[in-house]
Design a protein around this ligand. Structure first.
Ligand code: UDP
Length: 245
């Protein structure tokens, strides 16, 4: 693990612990620290395990992709890396809607909606799911999101627009390193002034990556379905993306 830089804010109290990350306050009111763990869960937390090195892969890959997206005009919560599994972030109120972008059919599209795995989706599909493991993150229509008060119609328009822009940027980046971006999930948050920014992570936990040449899955599906080479796949994504401190 790398040492912290001298300008890093001091880590304060634990504010939130999720399945794969912890969020801490800091000595500065408008900065939090997000720490990435090696623990892994699947199927709404019913399958549990550890993927060695996952915390640092997900942190470094997320930082790399957040910086890329910022350079393309997408505002994110990323501020700075302070170690290989901790980043300084801007506090947000997380919008409890998962935004999923799909370029190729896989996962729940195959299980629940009868798509054939591997079917190209042109144009890409953008879906909203309620962020709530207790009810299995269900697919939800815009009117449900609005009626539940999770986001306004205007905010949903922004989530769709940002999702599309993020998808276009990431497709191009991963294409350049021989990887097909099959689908991914992103989460957004509101800043105190109401501005919406990209939050959470973008990593092999939250994306499906298939090698263009071999079709090999290089993401959390290796853990979900016991496909083997789990740690190796995460390390391969770290190396191919060129993500580092
Ligand atoms: N995903 C995620 N967190 C979730 C649900 C999905 O990061 O709680 C990601 C998943 O890794 C995949 C994409 O979102 O890259 C689409 O997932 P899908 O709806 O197919 O569900 P899954 O098959 O993962 O249950």
């Amino acid at each position: 693990m790398e040492g912290k830089t001298s300008s890093s804010p001091e880590r304060g109290e634990l504010l939130h612990e999720g399945k794969a990350k912890r969020v801490y306050s800091t000595s500065q009111p408008d900065l939090y620290i997000q720490e990435f763990k090696d623990s892994a869960t699947a199927f709404d937390g019913s399958k549990k395990g550890t993927i060695g090195g996952k915390g640092s892969v997900n942190c470094l890959v997320s930082a790399k992709l957040f910086k890329l997206l910022e350079s393309r005009g997408v505002k994110t919560h990323f501020v700075d890396l302070i170690s290989d599994n901790e980043m300084v972030i801007l506090p947000v109120e997380i919008i409890m809607v998962e935004v999923i972008l799909r370029n190729v059919a896989a996962g729940s599209l195959v299980r629940n909606l009868g798509f054939e795995e591997g079917k190209p989706l042109v144009p890409p599909i953008c879906e909203f799911h309620i962020k709530d493991d207790a009810i299995h993150d269900p697919l939800i229509a815009d009117d449900h999101v609005i009626a539940l008060g999770l986001a306004t119609a205007e905010e949903l328009g922004i989530l769709r627009e940002y999702g599309k822009k993020i998808n276009e940027t990431l497709i191009e980046f991963f294409d350049g390193i021989g990887i097909d971006l099959i689908d991914f999930k992103v989460e957004f948050g509101r800043r105190p002034d109401g501005t919406i920014i990209l939050a959470d992570e973008i990593s092999p936990d939250s994306c499906r990556f298939w090698d263009k040449e071999t079709g090999k899955k290089l993401d959390k599906d290796r853990f979900r379905f016991d496909l083997g080479d789990v740690e190796e796949a995460y390390q391969e994504i770290l190396e191919r993306t060129g993500a580092s401190m």
